[in-house]
Design a protein around this ligand. Structure first.
Ligand code: HEC
Ligand code: HEC
Ligand code: HEC
Ligand code: HEC
Ligand code: HEC
Ligand code: HEC
Ligand code: HEC
Ligand code: HEC
Ligand code: HEC
Ligand code: HEC
Ligand code: HEC
Length: 402
């Protein structure tokens, strides 16, 4: 809002100064400055007059942007200084100058976007106007002109992420945008901002680890509330270990619908990036093993037992696997679950690493294994000793027969 106000007042200032220049021209050379019609007389092939008139700057003179041309009487000098949009939009221009794009321009990168690369030159509309290059439905294509794999920009630059635009199109946000025309979904600029576009490694970047939760929860507010009360929230757990943020579990440009196979089958791996031991033991037990088979997405995943955004340690009364809640948790899928069913340990293995956690399983396993080995050893020895004896007996018997 402030921007608009200052834009407007700057507009008035520049309008007045143009008028003043025109007045100077009139008194000095006794000739009028060029009108839009004059400009269009020579440039009608480049600038579509009817389109230009309907744009946000349609009421402006051509010379409000092409200032030097204002001094000309019939022909203007060449070359003209590039248009400075920041003359009227100073706040936006200051932000853009400090962005990854602005810094690249400063560094002489010819492929970094200037204002008109995203807004066009003479077809600038408000972002809410369907004709605008910055209307939500058009933003991915606007950014994609450069960030689409195979563009001159991607071939000459080596950015960390590949296939961004294609991946986005296939993500839940992209599908919602293109298939349903859902313009409140996330487009490139919802996550990267309009003008303060920064590398993820820059601390102030909207997609930096420390800011991701805030960026996603602008829209997913309810999830943010839950998440901030869970064990993964920095407000709840003080630790030096890396706590997960939204894109650790959901990715960034390939976010999929959570009840679809693609997502369900990768949950164990996402959690396993940090809870390696639990994901290994999960994969060794029934739910994990059967998850690998056809239709495996129906089996219990980490989040079916622990929750997703409200995960708590087992000893917390709010945990879904706490004694007080576990029967309810299993009974979502096992209708007949009761206390004794819920004593099944989804992570229990008899490995040495689990000895402290599940001593009962560890010792039972070794007792049973010991018994088995003992039994085989005893009967093995018995058979071995018996063998020569049995040959001897047979030999004796056949001799006696003869
Ligand atoms: C909102 C600002 C703005 C207004 C108003 C504007 N232009 Fe431009 N124009 C630009 C920008 C930005 C460029 C790109 C080159 C540059 O930066 O100087 C450009 C470039 C041009 C070019 C060079 C060819 C090209 O496409 O790069 C011509 C010719 C031109 N404008 C004519 C006009 C005419 C005629 C009018 C009035 C009907 C007009 N402009 C009004 C911003 C504007
Ligand atoms: C008598 C014809 C004529 C008139 C009138 C005219 N121009 Fe030009 N303009 C040219 C020519 C010729 C060029 C150079 C070739 C080209 O880019 O088309 C040019 C180039 C430009 C460029 C590109 C600048 C550059 O450095 O490459 C802009 C912007 C422009 N004119 C704006 C305007 C504006 C704004 C007006 C009205 C105030 C105007 N022109 C009036 C003939 C004209
Ligand atoms: C002479 C001053 C001036 C120049 C130069 C100028 N603009 Fe504007 N711009 C305005 C004014 C005034 C408005 C209308 C503000 C309003 O009513 O909200 C505006 C509106 C806009 C809007 C729509 C804003 C909104 O909130 O809907 C965009 C986008 C925009 N300008 C982009 C540009 C770009 C890009 C350039 C350079 C190519 C540029 N402007 C150059 C004065 C200018
Ligand atoms: C990388 C693309 C990109 C560049 C470069 C860019 N813009 Fe924008 N701009 C956008 C997008 C996207 C939006 C609006 C999206 C929305 O609000 O939904 C926007 C919105 C605006 C608006 C209206 C709302 C606001 O945020 O104030 C103005 C004015 C504007 N831009 C001016 C400029 C000016 C001036 C420059 C150059 C200094 C510039 N833009 C450079 C993408 C860009
Ligand atoms: C005219 C081409 C162009 C357009 C349009 C464009 N970009 Fe860029 N973008 C670049 C270039 C070039 C860089 C590399 C700057 C550098 O070397 O760090 C870049 C860098 C970035 C980065 C930082 C990544 C990095 O490694 O530097 C992000 C994030 C980004 N762009 C997002 C966007 C978004 C979002 C849009 C649309 C609103 C957009 N870009 C539109 C050319 C473009
Ligand atoms: C739902 C949010 C979201 C949307 C929508 C989104 N991005 Fe991203 N983007 C991210 C996140 C998060 C990262 C950083 C991931 C990381 O830390 O590696 C990222 C990274 C990037 C990078 C690399 C930045 C770097 O520093 O390496 C570029 C370039 C980029 N996005 C461009 C785009 C473009 C272009 C679009 C639209 C087609 C888009 N993004 C849509 C969230 C999003
Ligand atoms: C530890 C991993 C993890 C983190 C971190 C995480 N999610 Fe999720 N998210 C999931 C899982 C797993 C599901 C599927 C839930 C289910 O099956 O009930 C999910 C579901 C969702 C859904 C679908 C709606 C719903 O509630 O089921 C949205 C939207 C979502 N997450 C957004 C976010 C946002 C925004 C953040 C960051 C604040 C975030 N997630 C952080 C794992 C995570
Ligand atoms: C501009 C708002 C906006 C932002 C920012 C945003 N989202 Fe979304 N997101 C949506 C909307 C709207 C949907 C619903 C799309 C649909 O279901 O068709 C959605 C859907 C999702 C889903 C699928 C939900 C399901 O029911 O399966 C996940 C997961 C998700 N977003 C995660 C994220 C993450 C992670 C981030 C940040 C990196 C993020 N979103 C940023 C608006 C947003
Ligand atoms: C980016 C790393 C990371 C990811 C991904 C992650 N977690 Fe965590 N998780 C942690 C950290 C750090 C803690 C805090 C306790 C600690 O220091 O180990 C924690 C705590 C927990 C706890 C409480 C256990 C305890 O010892 O207090 C459970 C249960 C848990 N996570 C389950 C999950 C599940 C299920 C997923 C996947 C949906 C997941 N986590 C994804 C890092 C992660
Ligand atoms: C069928 C339900 C179920 C599934 C699926 C499951 N867990 Fe567990 N998880 C439990 C139960 C019950 C406990 C507590 C008993 C135990 O430690 O064996 C537990 C304990 C944990 C703990 C320690 C919690 C604490 O507070 O000490 C972590 C961390 C954990 N699981 C992570 C995971 C991860 C990661 C996955 C997926 C790879 C997963 N779980 C899958 C039920 C499950
Ligand atoms: C998301 C659904 C889901 C949840 C939640 C779930 N399971 Fe399962 N579980 C399955 C499916 C599907 C099977 C395989 C179907 C079958 O053979 O009955 C299975 C099989 C099993 C089996 C082996 C086969 C059998 O029926 O005896 C055990 C034991 C088991 N689950 C225990 C648990 C326990 C304990 C919990 C709660 C901590 C739990 N499950 C939570 C879906 C789930």
């Amino acid at each position: 809002m402030k921007q608009r106000k200052s834009g407007f007042s700057m507009f008035r200032i520049s309008f007045l100064s143009v008028a003043f220049l025109a007045f100077l021209g009139l008194t000095a050379g006794n000739a009028f400055a060029l009108t839009n019609d004059d400009c269009l007389g020579c440039h009608g092939d480049v600038v579509d007059e009817t389109v230009f008139k309907s744009t946000v700057h349609g009421g402006n003179g051509c010379v409000s942007c092409h200032k030097e041309a204002a001094a000309a009487k019939d022909e203007h000098t060449l070359p003209l200084t590039p248009v400075n949009c920041g003359g009227c939009h100073e706040k936006v221009a200051a932000v853009h100058a400090k962005s990854a794009h602005g810094k690249a321009i400063k560094g002489g990168d010819q492929q970094a976007p200037r204002c008109y690369d995203c807004h066009s030159k003479h077809a600038i509309f408000r972002p809410t106007d369907k004709r605008s290059t910055t209307y939500p439905l058009n933003i991915p294509a606007t950014c994609g002109r450069c960030h689409q794999e195979g563009s001159p920009m991607t071939t000459s630059h080596h950015l960390n992420k590949k296939n961004i635009t294609d991946n986005y199109t296939m993500s839940i946000h992209g599908k919602a945008l293109y298939r349903e025309g859902l313009i409140v979904t996330a487009t490139c600029s919802s996550c990267h901002t309009n003008h303060d576009v920064q590398k993820a490694s820059v601390p102030s970047s909207s997609v930096n680890r420390n800011n991701i939760i805030a960026t996603c929860t602008k829209c997913h507010a309810g999830i943010g509330e839950k998440f901030m009360k869970s064990v993964h929230s920095p407000l709840v757990t003080k630790t030096d270990k890396k706590l997960p943020v939204c894109n650790d579990c959901h990715s960034d440009h390939t976010i999929s619908q959570v009840d679809k196979k693609d997502f369900r089958l990768i949950i164990a791996r996402q959690c396993g990036n940090c809870h390696g031991h639990y994901s290994e033991t999960y994969l060794e037990t029934y739910h994990g093993r059967a998850s690998m088979l056809k239709g495996g997405e129906k089996l219990a995943k980490c989040s079916d037992c622990h929750g997703a955004h409200d995960i708590m340690p087992a000893n917390s009364p709010e945990s879904r696997i706490n004694k007080a809640n576990i029967v309810k948790t299993c009974s979502k899928c096992h209708a007949k679950a009761n206390d004794s069913f819920a004593t099944y340990l989804p992570h229990a293995t008899h490995s040495k690493a689990d000895k402290a956690r599940y001593p009962y399983l560890f010792y039972t396993f070794w007792a049973m294994t010991g018994l088995l080995i003992g039994t085989f050893a005893f009967f093995g020895l018995h058979t071995l000793l018996w063998l020569p004896r049995s040959f001897k007996e047979r030999f004796k018997a056949s001799k006696e027969k003869k």
